[in-house]
Ligand binder design. Structure first.
Ligand code: AKG
Length: 322
C-alpha cells in the first residue's frame, strides 16, 4: 500500500473510532435521564458513585436547611443589598459569552445599584437589553458577602469527598431571556437552586467528537447612548475557541455530526442541587428571576483529564482533515 493510501486508511479508522466512541461510553456509563438522590450522600459514597465515574445527579432536599430557601425573596434581597453597586452582565439577546456573527462576544459588565437591577427584573422599569447577575469570580463571597450567612461557604460533604474547598461560590439571578451558551468547565460543579427553575441541557465529555469548536476573535458588547448595542473588537485579546452550535436549534447542515449526539435534559428546582461533573458540556436556561448559588471545586488533573485531552486533540486533528 502506498504511504498516502495507508495514511488515508489510518485516518478513516480514527474517524470511525471517534464516531463510535460516544455511544460506547454512553452505554457503559449513562442513563437517558439524570438520576435523583433522595438523601445526602456520605463523602465516600459521593466520591465513589458520582465524582470518580464523572456522572451527574440531582440531590433532592440538598439545601432545604439553608435560611436562604425561606428568606431570599426579591423583596428581601432588595432590602439587604439596596443601592450597593454590583456587576451585571448586559447583552442585547440574552447570550453572554457566546458566538454572535463571527465573534466571541462577552457581555457589557455594568456596575449598577442592585435595586436598579431588581427594578428591571421586576419590570418596574424597562431598559434595553437582557440583564443577568452572573459574574463567575466567586461573586457571592466578593460582591454579596451580606448574603453569605444564609447559605454555606462550602458544601461540607463535597469538601471532604474531594479533599479541598471550592475555588468559587457564585450567585446567579436574572431574566428568563438570559441563556448560558453550550460550554464546559474544569470544575466539579454543585449547582443549587434557591427559587425558580434552571433548565440544563447536558452532554458528557465523551460526546466531544460531535460538538464543534471554532476560533473566534474576542469582542465585548457596549451600549451606545441611543440604547443600541455595538460589538467592540477586543483587539489585544487572543482568539477564543468556542462552540458555534445552538443545541436548541442545531444547524445540522453545517454540523451534521451533532445529529448523533444525544443531550440529557433536566430541570433543577428550588431546594435541589445538581452535581454537574467536570468537563460536561452544559447549556442553561431559567425561569424569570430564578435565584441560584453554585460551588466550583477544581477538578483533579488526573488520567481522566488526560484521556479527555487526547479525545479533544484527535477530534481537532480529524476536523482539520475534513
Ligand atoms: O446558570 C447559568 O446560567 C450557567 C451556569 C454555568 O454555566 C456553570 O455553573 O458553570
Amino acid at each position: 500500500m502506498a504511504e498516502s493510501e495507508a495514511e488515508g486508511e489510518a485516518l478513516r479508522a480514527v474517524r470511525r473510532c471517534l464516531e463510535a466512541f460516544p455511544a460506547e461510553a454512553r452505554e457503559l456509563s449513562f442513563t437517558d435521564s439524570v438520576p435523583y438522590l433522595d438523601s445526602l450522600p456520605s463523602p465516600l459514597e459521593f466520591y465513589r458513585e458520582w465524582v470518580c465515574p464523572n456522572k451527574p445527579c440531582i440531590i433532592r432536599n440538598a439545601v432545604n436547611h439553608w435560611p436562604a430557601l425561606k428568606k431570599w425573596t426579591l423583596a428581601y434581597l432588595r432590602e439587604i443589598m439596596n443601592s450597593k453597586l454590583v456587576s451585571v452582565a448586559v447583552t442585547p439577546n440574552g447570550y453572554a459569552d457566546a458566538v454572535y456573527q463571527d465573534w466571541f462576544v462577552m457581555p457589557e459588565e455594568r456596575h449598577m445599584p442592585f435595586s436598579a437591577f431588581l427594578d428591571i427584573v421586576e419590570k418596574k422599569v424597562t431598559s434595553p437589553g437582557v440583564f443577568y447577575v452572573q459574574k463567575q469570580c466567586s461573586n457571592l463571597t466578593e460582591e454579596f458577602p451580606e448574603l453569605m450567612g444564609d447559605v454555606e461557604s462550602d458544601i461540607p460533604w463535597m469538601s471532604e469527598a474531594v479533599g479541598k474547598k471550592p475555588d468559587a461560590v457564585n450567585f446567579w439571578l436574572g431574566e428568563s431571556a438570559a441563556v448560558t451558551s453550550l460550554h464546559k468547565d474544569h470544575y466539579e460543579n454543585l449547582y443549587c437552586v434557591i427559587s425558580g427553575e434552571k433548565h440544563f441541557l447536558l452532554h458528557p465529555p465523551s460526546d466531544r467528537p460531535f460538538i464543534p469548536y471554532e476560533l473566534y476573535p474576542s469582542a465585548t458588547y457596549h451600549i451606545a447612548e441611543n440604547g443600541s448595542f455595538e460589538v467592540v473588537d477586543d483587539k489585544a485579546a487572543e482568539k477564543v475557541p468556542w462552540i458555534p452550535l445552538d443545541p436548541l436549534n442545531p444547524d445540522l447542515e453545517r454540523f451534521p455530526e451533532y445529529a448523533q449526539a444525544k443531550p440529557l435534559r433536566c430541570t433543577v428546582k428550588s431546594g435541589e442541587m445538581l452535581y454537574l461533573p467536570s468537563l460536561w458540556f452544559h447549556h442553561v436556561q431559567q425561569s424569570h428571576g430564578c435565584i441560584a448559588v453554585n460551588y466550583w471545586y477544581d477538578m483533579e488533573y488526573d488520567l481522566k483529564y488526560s484521556y479527555y485531552q487526547l479525545l479533544d486533540s484527535l477530534t481537532k486533528a480529524i476536523a482539520r482533515k475534513s
